[in-house]
Design a protein around this ligand. Structure first.
Ligand code: SF4
Length: 341
């Protein structure tokens, strides 16, 4: 577990922290990073998180649901060659899950060998089962904020007990679960920050992200100060050292926390997953997670960042990596149990 001093470190202590984290990632994964693409399918959301522009109370947003045929054509015939996995993301919109996401997963399973992740929020358990039956295997569901009072005061999704129950349910029903938390929220104390690590450690996760708080356009927190890049990177490094085996993404918000350099610094701090944005151009400006003026991570930008940091794209998909690791892990523990004394 990190200490508050470590998370606030600067200078030589910080440099050593980041180097140790980068080395831990290389020891575990080599110099390879996973490359996925995200498609943002719907910006309808029934939740009202204070830190997100897609919250239901934002009446200035044009709401959209992308069409299955438009996305299928894009992902089957026009995706970048480096992409091994697709992450399908929406606001919390069960209609889009039923009408677009599940048919799209089935199409991708039939037509491609892409791994499929989904990031669709808290849903009914029958929908989780339908998504899995369709062919998705990785569920990204951020716990967002560990401190219960902070969670409630910022109107994070649903209730915290429900959110955590969903995470545990997904893992118990065979999903590979990745979660995440936000650092630098307005008024966040050191104890609240550290609580995120304690909660991440006790959840049944295979990956976790660290997102800097960005004061989102059209939110109640629009005038609050954003998280500093140093705090964000220190948290990423501490997370990598806490769980060297986890898949930790470089999130696109690093570009907002430090324009021009934040993303590459994330790759220098133990991240081993990058994301190309393939959301159709005509709708992505309304996918208002942070700012209307988005910095879109194209394949060219992603590959340039990966290359500049001396890393290489993985040819194995993240879904395949998790699947084989689980099988090998099971085989190892079985052998350990049955080996003669
Ligand atoms: S963070 Fe997610 S659940 Fe919350 S308002 Fe935004 S899209 Fe909806």
């Amino acid at each position: 577990m990190p200490t508050a001093d470590l998370l606030m470190s600067r200078g030589e202590t910080q440099k050593t922290l980041h180097e140790r984290a980068a080395n831990a990632a290389v020891s575990q994964f080599g110099r390879q990073v996973f490359i996925r693409a995200v498609v943002e399918i719907s910006n309808f959301c029934r939740e009202n998180c204070s830190y997100c522009g897609m919250r239901r109370d934002n009446r200035n947003l044009s709401r959209f649901r992308a069409r299955h045929d438009q996305l299928a054509e894009l992902l089957i015939h026009h995706r970048p060659a480096s992409v091994t996995d697709i992450n399908i993301q929406t606001g919390e919109d069960p209609v889009a899950v039923r009408e677009v996401v599940i048919p799209l997963i089935k199409t991708l399973q039939r037509e491609t060998n892409l791994g499929v992740s989904v990031c669709l929020g808290s849903l009914d358990k029958t929908l989780y089962a339908e998504l899995k039956a369709a062919g998705a295997s990785i569920y990204i569901i951020k716990f967002e904020i560990a401190d219960p009072a902070e969670y409630a005061s910022l109107d994070a999704p649903g209730t915290q007990p429900e959110r955590l129950e969903n995470i545990r349910h997904l893992a118990a029903t065979g999903w590979h679960v990745s979660s995440g938390f936000i650092v630098g929220l307005p008024g966040q104390s050191e104890q609240q920050l550290l609580a995120n690590f304690a909660l991440a450690r006790e959840l049944p996760l295979e990956g976790c992200s660290v997102s800097p708080f960005i004061p989102g356009d059209e939110t109640p927190l629009a005038n609050s100060p954003g998280a500093g890049i140093d705090l964000t990177l220190n948290c990423m490094a501490a997370l990598r050292l806490m769980r060297p085996d986890w898949v930790i993404p470089a999130v696109s918000a690093l570009n907002l926390a430090e324009p021009g350099a934040g993303y590459r610094r994330g790759l220098r701090t133990g991240a081993n997953l990058v994301t190309i944005n393939l959301t159709p151009a005509e709708v992505r400006d309304d996918y208002l997670l942070y700012k209307r003026d988005r910095f879109i991570m194209t394949e060219e930008r992603i590959l340039a960042a990966v290359d500049a940091e001396g890393l290489t794209p993985s040819s194995q998909s993240l879904a395949e990596f998790y699947r084989t690791r689980k099988i090998n892990g099971a085989a190892i523990s079985k052998a350990a149990v049955t080996a003669p004394a």
